[in-house]
Design a protein around this ligand. Structure first.
Ligand SMILES: Cc1cc2nc3c(=O)[nH]c(=O)nc-3n(C[C@H](O)[C@H](O)[C@H](O)COP(=O)(O)O)c2cc1C
Ligand code: SF4
Length: 689
């Protein structure tokens, strides 16, 4: 297949300063929870992007001086020459298939608590540091000498970045995270000297840093600037109008303008709240203010939308973070005319949770993300099948579908049996809930891939018994039978079923997804803490109920702090009229009344209720597994070499865990037993005297 000529424009080369990107696909900086701790894993992940056809591949934010760092988050460092080898490994990987290698330099200013280096944070003006963790630390106002030092530190970092092999150096002034933004914004810059006050003064440091960068390395490297399109912190903030004034004032100063919306939450907004290309309005018209290329973002997965951004003169480069994570081969697939093969990002922000939890990032759609080096997993290639031939997969939810896709690709004869009449399991149901339609892409992508495989047969409406499974004679059986929500309140607060005299109807999310309707005063008890409590509250409001959401946590949908959705969820629920009760748990249902207790004092209160919805926990649907396990002695004589339980059926978790489990099963089938060895590679810190 070859490229559709409509998309030719996406493959035009574009100049950035002294260099030329081979096409318009620009992987903007994104962290991955690995950073300095897992440099080879990060390097390999970037190599795969280069292989996938991106014209530009960037690192994540790289702390360019030890006096400003954002521990506990794990990013890259460029503190001294010792950091050069690992960064050079990354730039080599980015170059391998012809991408320009970019490094984002961050000096975090008022966003850097310096918990690790213990340096006093520096900022344009003195104020408490502004971090996700509200660290009880303040930044001091920079003196003129500090500003001179900062300029020197940048010059040192530019030279090191060049030595490490980078072509593009991006200064970070977006998302409230970089000191350039802190100087530009009147909200954080209260100075009265030549670095504060007028826009010209507030942009002085930015200008100096870029001009000095050009002096130091500008002959061979491009200097780009990443700015927020609107700081979105109220009247004082760096507004979209001021951004336009700034770009007009310094039109051709950087070699490229990299524009990203407001806070990180705004910029990486989930599909629940923002569509593809949501930043278009904020960026439109900016290109006419400069002769330099403009890159913008907006969860771009559709080549038609991308082409429109270029043809209508909004952007020169298609910036992608999440779409490049979900499908590192997105550019190649467009180039090869394989649009249907694009694994579209679902906008769930699980990738961000890896950074926020300082673990390694995962991707719901791409289970190989951050396993490229650790496990040698490639997002497009699977190793050939091993000694055995046939696999029966029971259950076509995210785990079963991914197992079928990956096993099919390896060349096994696969049968996928699903008890329901459609593919997708939990995704088929949850995609119908408010805001979650894009999550259906987990099933859509896999359904299409399976439809292309002659060696995978799918049987819907096919509930298998243990006899069926043993008699079919498949060599391997994998049970991906999903999970069900409990109704008895058991989760974190109640370790045993909650007292309930059955005087009120009690539902769980499965009941509502099956079509049950709760009406009148409905109390949602959320002890699950991820998205479902908020989504169910929204569904109930849509159905006309008066909703109160009770949670023992300090936040609604607390874990969504890790996916940057929490504030939007809370706002949305308040605007819908949901009453939110935090730090309290449902304690009992008695005589048609719901009682709550304070999580700290145990103090009791009561609420009027006509119905209760328990969003508490799920249990794996492992009946088949239990029954088959009890007949293990029969497996061999039936020709069954293994039966395994995977995904939610084994241990309920987010969808990303399920696609990972399915993929892992497929990768490891017929592989040698590694016994007690570590199932992944890692890097251990080098000891010094
Ligand atoms: C996991 C993750 C990590 C990110 N880390 C950075 C970062 O280090 N520096 C940065 O400027 N932006 C970062 N971003 C923001 C992205 O560069 C991008 O602006 C945003 O996600 C919107 O683009 P998208 O819709 O293509 O994801 C990150 C985004 C994600 C999803
Ligand atoms: S984790 Fe979710 S949001 Fe992030 S890239 Fe993957 S599918 Fe997209």
């Amino acid at each position: 297949m070859s490229r559709d000529p409509r998309y030719d424009i996406l493959f035009e080369p574009v100049q950035i300063g002294p260099l030329t990107a081979k096409n318009r696909f620009y992987q903007v900086p994104h962290c991955n929870g690995g950073g300095y701790r897992d440099p080879s894993a990060v390097a390999e992940m970037r190599r795969v992007k280069s292989e996938g056809g991106w014209g530009v591949v960037f690192t994540e934010q790289t702390e360019m001086h030890h006096s400003s760092e954002i521990s506990p988050f794990i990013e890259l460092h460029l503190w001294d020459d010792d950091d050069i080898p690992m960064l050079a490994k990354m730039s080599d990987a980015m170059h391998e298939y012809g991408a320009l290698a970019g490094i984002q330099l961050a000096y975090s200013g008022v966003n850097g608590p310096n918990l690790y280096t213990r340096e006093v944070p520096l900022a344009p003006s003195a104020m408490p540091v502004r971090t996700f963790t509200n660290d009880p630390v303040s930044a001091r106002a920079m003196t003129k000498k500090d500003i001179r030092d900062l300029r020197r530190w940048h010059r040192n970092a530019y030279k090191r970045a060049k030595t490490a092999g980078y072509d593009l150096i991006c200064l970070y002034g977006a998302h409230g995270f970089g000191i350039i933004q802190h100087f530009l914004s009147s909200a954080t810059n209260h100075r009265t000297d030549e670095y504060g006050g007028s826009l010209e003064n507030r942009s002085r440091l930015m200008r100096e840093l870029i001009e000095e960068g050009k002096d130091v390395i500008g002959d061979s490297c491009g200097i780009t600037l990443r700015l927020s399109l609107d700081e979105a912190v109220g009247d004082l903030g760096f507004s979209n109008n001021e951004v336009r004034d700034l770009i007009e004032m310094h039109a051709d100063l950087p070699d490229l303008w990299d524009l990203a919306h407001g806070t990180w939450e705004d910029c990486s907004a989930p599909s629940r709240f923002k569509e593809e290309a949501a930043q278009q309005e904020l960026v439109s018209g900016i290109k006419s203010l400069t002769s330099k290329p403009v890159v913008g973002v907006g969860r771009f997965t559709s080549p038609d939308v991308m082409v429109k951004q270029i043809r209508s003169g909004v952007l020169d480069f298609i910036g992608c973070a999440r779409p490049s994570i979900a499908d590192p081969f997105l550019p190649s697939k467009i180039e090869q005319g394989r649009i249907e093969d694009i694994r579209e990002c679902i906008g769930c922000n699980i990738c961000i949770s890896g950074d926020m939890t300082m673990s390694l990032s995962r991707c719901t759609q791409n289970p190989t993300f951050m396993e490229e080096w650790r496990k040698g997993w490639h997002p497009e290639n699977m190793q050939e099948k091993g000694a055995s031939d046939s696999v029966l997969i029971v259950g076509a939810g995210p785990a079963g579908l991914e197992a079928a896709r990956a096993l099919g690709k390896r060349g096994y004869q696969v049968v996928l049996a699903e008890a329901k009449t459609e593919l997708g399991g939990r995704v088929a149901r949850e995609r119908k809930l408010p805001g979650l339609s894009a999550w259906g892409r987990v099933a859509d992508y896999r359904e299409y891939q399976l439809s292309q495989m002659a060696n995978v047969d799918i049987y819907l409406d096919n509930k298998l018994s243990t006899d069926d499974i043993l008699e079919f004679g498949f060599q391997h059986v994998v049970l991906a039978t999903g999970s069900s929500w409990r109704s008895d309140g058991v989760a974190r607060h109640h370790l045993l079923p909650m007292p309930d005299d059955k005087s009120l109807p009690v539902y769980n999310p499965d009941d509502l997804m099956d079509g049950d309707m709760a009406s009148g005063n409905v109390v949602v008890f959320d002890d699950d803490h991820y998205y479902m409590g908020g989504v169910i509250a929204e569904l109930l409001v849509q159905q006309g109920a008066i909703v109160t959401l009770v949670t023992p946590a300090a936040y609604v949908s607390e874990w969504t702090n890790n996916t940057l959705e929490q504030a939007a969820i809370h706002k949305n629920l308040v605007e819908m009229g949901v009453t939110i009760i935090l730090n309290r748990a449902l304690s009992k249902i008695e005589n048609g009344v719901v009682f709550t207790e304070c999580g700290f004092t145990g103090g009791e209160d009561s609420l009027p209720a006509d119905a209760v919805v328990m969003v508490t926990s799920r249990v794996g649907d492992d009946d088949l597994w239990q029954q088959l396990s009890s007949r293990e002695h029969e497996w061999r004589e039936q020709g069954v070499a293994s039966i395994k339980l995977i995904g939610d059926a084994q241990s309920p978790a987010p969808i990303a865990w399920a696609t990972y489990a399915g993929h892992r099963y497929a990768r490891e089938l017929d592989m040698p037993d590694i016994g007690d060895d570590l199932p992944f590679r890692r890097e251990v810190a080098q000891l010094k005297d």
